[in-house]
Design a protein around this ligand. Structure first.
Ligand code: MIC
Ligand code: SF4
Length: 640
């Protein structure tokens, strides 16, 4: 009898490149990728790299979505959009114009199919796991490579089963399930893990509810999460008029898992993730009555028709007591809300109905006032991400958001809501499909003045002699390293983005200090604690520090996507062999590391002491690091 397989193993085996066995956890695995995509904030850099690789046409189905940077204050955003549209046509990529919707939401509505694989230049690509597909977030270079080759390599994850039993009580939503997971596992507890949901409770959750849960797997640092493909999946695909994309998929009985977590859905209560971390989960009941200044509903986590209709139904005939902003997941959802009469009732309730897109989630407008408290149905509440340095953001479900918007205080949703169902809407006409190759060759790629050519990076020297330019604590997010918000229009301009934004939330003097050291012929190093680089997949959090002369980052532990980005830009990622050695280094220290043999023991010399280090890179990364990064390595190995 063949060994029973879990769902992850089935899909990985089905997509394995080379061999017929899965490697042990932690070893690299290369799989075939059915879809690769970007969003505009990562897409321009990904496309510049794809062009620099000399790629004429992508090998896998690919999409460039525009959803993050859409304020169009000045020429930078619209120039980026025009570049993305023209380069998409040239390289054979589908283009999703601004206003169509949020990448992950559109992806699941229109493109993701059960049993497939995908990689996207955004950490919440894992949202697609709700469809029974294995999708991974990655840096722009890795997505460019997937587009160019059709393959993606990642460390083989462990698979943990999440057994769901029972069903959600009224007033409790999918958001409360993932907050329970975050409470159980923590913000770094998912590292190296795929969470495979199943059990009788899973069968009670709709596809959109499942996607809310897989979406925030990113906040646990998980490689990805997945649900089975079953009746709920079929129901959803039928409602999207895509029944032919359905295929049933589940783990075999008796399949093996590294661990099992059990959650009884009926025992859950409405919860809240208290500022400044998605991992600070507490029962709402402990915060009832606290004053709030703003409510925001939407984001790739909670912007389905069901979510917004539940929110709208609770508000119907009443008026919000605080500023309330709504960002629907897609234009199709907006149209459906209009058909059901909810758009009208929301407007009567005083809700500011914004364009569908990331909006306030990525600090593109909708900032709370100074010292304000904002209640959001989003997935991240990292410091300063909202754009207001001293504001606090807490994360909640759409029903808690509705109850609280009506009172101006944190409020428990009590009523049962019945929503008005109307058929889903098709907005496929919004997508721009690329022409055939012959016509594509005649397309001119349009570059505005803000789109800077990619910088050239030199190979790794034999010895890193660097000044520790920053010493940081635990849980430094990519929003701390390379903030988005008002800086988003600089994503195509490495120099400006690095000079204006790198590490600005933690130290405003960083960029000037780093450039001074670099221009004097020196190198820079960063020292940090646990879970360094958590959050977004933005490769700028490696690219900009590299441009500023950083050659190594030494921490207690890295987040998965960020460490891959550091390698891709030739920054040597290292961890302390003994985390206690973190205390032996101070900001301003001069350190030296012999990196001539990256396979050997690595030792950090500081203040006459020798501190043993461990590589956070894999053996396959060594030639990449030596070449100075992935693009120089690609060019070396693909010459002629
Ligand atoms: C985010 O939620 O932080 C983002 C903005 O979507 C990022 C991508 C980016 O920085 O462009 C992500 O999650 O990867
Ligand atoms: Fe957009 Fe926010 Fe989702 Fe990131 S988390 S993709 S910014 S909606």
């Amino acid at each position: 009898m063949t060994k029973p397989l879990n769902l992850t193993e089935k899909i990985l085996l089905d997509h394995l490149v080379g061999g017929d066995r899965l490697p042990p956890a932690g070893e690299p695995i290369t799989i075939r990728i059915d879809e690769a995509f970007t969003q505009d904030a990562t897409g321009t850099m990904c496309m510049l790299q794809l062009e620099a690789m000399g790629v004429k046409r992508v090998k896998t189905f690919s999409v460039n979505f525009v959803d993050h940077s859409m304020m169009q204050v000045g020429f930078r955003n619209p120039d980026d959009h025009r570049y993305l549209e023209s380069v998409s046509k040239k390289l054979g990529i589908v283009y999703s114009p601004p206003g169509t919707g949020i990448c992950h939401f559109l992806n699941i509505e229109n493109f993701v199919k059960p049993g497939t694989t995908g990689v996207g230049a955004d950490s919440h690509t894992v949202n697609a796991g709700g469809m029974g597909a294995l999708y991974f977030g990655a840096g722009g270079y890795d997505v460019a490579l997937a587009m160019a080759t059709g393959n993606y390599t990642l460390p083989m994850p462990k698979v943990v089963r999440v057994e769901l039993v029972g069903s959600l009580r009224p007033g409790v939503m999918a958001m409360d399930v993932i907050l329970k997971m975050l409470d159980t596992v923590g913000v770094k507890g998912g590292k190296g893990i795929i969470f495979e949901y199943g059990g009788p409770g899973a069968a009670t959750l709709t596809l959109n509810e499942r996607a809310t849960i897989t979406n925030m797997g990113a906040e646990m640092g998980a490689t990805t999460s997945i649900f089975p493909s079953d009746e709920q999946t079929l129901k959803y695909l039928e409602s999207r008029r895509r029944p032919d994309d359905y295929r049933p998929l589940a783990a075999d009985d008796g399949a093996g898992y590294a661990d099992v977590i059990e959650i009884d859905l009926s025992s859950l209560q409405p919860s809240i993730a208290i500022y400044p971390s998605p991992g600070n989960v507490e029962p709402i009941a402990e915060h009832v009555g606290e004053k709030i200044d703003q409510v925001c509903v939407g984001s790739c986590t909670n912007s389905s028709f069901f979510n917004i209709a539940s929110f709208a139904e609770m508000l119907r005939g009443k008026r919000v007591a605080v500023e309330t902003l709504l960002y629907p997941g897609s234009r199709a959802v907006e149209l459906q809300l209009a058909e059901a009469g909810y758009l009208t009732s929301l407007l009567y309730s005083g809700v500011r109905v914004m364009e569908s897109g990331c909006g306030a989630c990525i600090g593109q407008g909708g900032s709370p006032p100074s010292k304000g408290v904002s209640l959001r149905t989003f997935n991240r509440n990292f410091p300063k991400r909202s754009g207001t340095p001293d504001a606090q953001v807490h994360l909640v479900s759409p029903m808690v958001a509705a109850a609280s918007a009506l009172t101006g205080r944190i409020t428990l949703p009590e009523q049962q809501v019945e929503i008005r169902e109307v058929p889903q809407v098709d907005d496929m006409a919004a997508f721009v499909y690329p022409p055939d190759q012959a016509e594509a060759e005649t397309v001119e790629v349009v570059r505005g003045p803000n789109i800077m050519a990619l910088p050239d990076f030199d190979p790794l020297p034999g010895r890193i002699e660097a000044e520790v330019l920053l010493k940081l604590g635990d849980d430094i997010s990519t929003d701390d390293i390379q903030p988005a918000g008002v800086y988003l229009p600089l994503r195509s301009n490495v120099k400006e983005y690095a000079m204006q934004a790198t590490f600005r939330p933690v130290d405003e003097t960083f960029s000037e200090r780093a450039v001074a050291v670099r221009d004097a012929g020196g190198m820079g190093a960063i020292v940090g604690g646990e879970n360094y680089g958590q959050g977004s997949s933005r490769e700028h959090a490696a690219l900009c520090p590299r441009w500023l002369g950083i050659r190594t980052v030494i921490v207690k532990q890295f987040a998965r996507i960020h460490v891959a980005n550091l390698v891709n830009f030739g920054i040597v990622p290292l961890t302390f062999a003994d985390p206690a050695d973190y205390d032996r280094i101070a900001q301003g220290d001069h350190i030296a590391i012999d990196v001539s043999d990256l396979e050997g023991d690595l030792v950090l010399e500081v203040n006459g002491e020798r501190i043993p280090l461990q590589p956070a890179f894999e053996a396959k990364d060594i030639p990449v690091l030596k070449a100075g990064g992935a693009l120089p390595y690609f060019k070396q190995t693909h010459r002629g």
